[in-house]
Write a new protein. Sequence first.
Length: 179
Amino acid sequence: MVSKLGGAGLALSREMSGPPQFIRRPYELLVLVGNFLQAPLLLFLRVYFFWQLFLAGKGKLLNIEKTAEFFGSLNIPMPLVNAYLAGATECFGGLLLVAGIASRLVAIPVAFTMIVAYVTADFEALTSIFTDPDKFVAAAPFPFLFTALLVLAFGPGAVSIDALIKRFTPRERAGSLKF
């Protein structure tokens, strides 16, 4: 009933070595439910926000002259080239992220495009990130930037092409880098 702690000779009873059972059990259940909800939540976020991003990018590409004119009004250099670049990133990056293909890699240019959108079109919202966070969160690039950063950090989830590829590729040997 008593266990020793290290070389110091301290002893604690088993009852005191961890959280009480009435706290640990509900917490373990909460963790189990949370882990179960990860895949559907990441799928929902990817499909909901990146489908909208795909549509926005498609709109930019289908109306490239208006997009380039708008970019020019924001003093973006080479407005036509940047209109194509932003439109293609949003359109094709959005589709790849909906499907979960090369998700972490694709999330980088999408996040970068959204940061550029903040700097050029929503600079006031960007500068008020700490003084008026509601303005920052309400800006158009926010949901796409936030979701891209989530995918970059956590991956696309179990319901994705990336997860299928990982499942059916041979495991790396011990000691190699894991991404």
